[in-house]
Design a protein around this ligand. Structure first.
Ligand code: DX5
Ligand code: ZN
Length: 223
């Protein structure tokens, strides 16, 4: 069964508590928390201090997506703040392997994210170590962007690599995900659907989560 992870970035931060309660009570599985440093990506969002506050009320898995340069500087801070899983970008550090170990030593699940232009092959020598592969389906930095369709075969490539190498990793997709493309990405091999605008900008966010959960889409052969 796939998981749905609403991204709080699209929530109304004046009513953050309502958004947290909504995710707690909805059929969603994870909280997706987008950390942006104004350097790796042009935007700035929030850091460990805010995540620590969220963690006090959140009752589900905290999926922390670090869009920051040299994430090795902050792993322990995010773990202490309450992250369940931490995903770093392959493009953001020279030492992906070392940071993945650092995340695990801090007691969190370890993920690596790939920007749209980064080939899946960069994970070749680390795939067995990963709990999660995040395929960005937009260029990171902002919510509400258009899904990049070329991501679909890329999800499949990651899926095939995971199968062949017997890796425990699951695939997460992030960016422009909604009811219009959820089935396609699930069929390509995605297991976790991050959805920001599709959930929080909807008239009935609970219904969108329910419908995203209800989509049946298991990985199918692409050939
Ligand atoms: C983009 C972030 C996403 C973003 C998704 O850089 O990583 O998690 O919040 O937002 P939507 O679903 O609106 O594209
Ligand atoms: Zn994200």
């Amino acid at each position: 069964m796939h998981l749905v992870a609403p991204s709080l970035l699209a929530a109304d931060f004046r009513r953050l508590n309502e958004a947290i309660t909504f995710v707690n009570e909805s059929e969603a599985d994870w909280f997706h928390l987008d950390v942006m440093d104004g350097n790796f990506v042009p935007n700035i969002s929030f850091g460990p201090f805010i995540i620590e506050q969220i963690a006090q009320d959140a009752t589900k898995y905290l999926d922390v997506h670090l869009m920051i340069d040299q994430p090795e500087r902050y792993i322990e801070d995010f773990a202490k703040a309450g992250a369940s899983g931490i995903t770093i970008h392959a493009e953001a550090t020279n030492h992906v392997h070392r940071v993945v170990q650092q995340i695990k030593e801090a007691g969190c699940k370890a993920g690596v994210a790939l920007n749209p232009h980064t080939p899946v092959g960069v994970l070749e020598n680390i795939i067995e170590e990963l709990d999660l592969v995040l395929i960005m389906t937009v260029n990171p930095g902002f919510g509400g962007q258009k899904f990049i369709y070329q991501s679909i075969p890329k999800i499949r490539q990651a899926y095939d690599m995971i199968q062949v190498r017997n890796s425990p990793a699951i695939i997460e997709v992030d960016g422009g995900i909604g009811l219009q493309n959820a089935q396609k990405v699930l069929e390509a091999g995605a297991r976790v659907l991050v959805a920001g605008s599709a959930v929080f900008k909807a008239d009935d966010p609970a219904e969108v989560v329910r419908r995203l959960k209800a989509i049946s889409g298991n990985p199918v052969s692409m050939v």
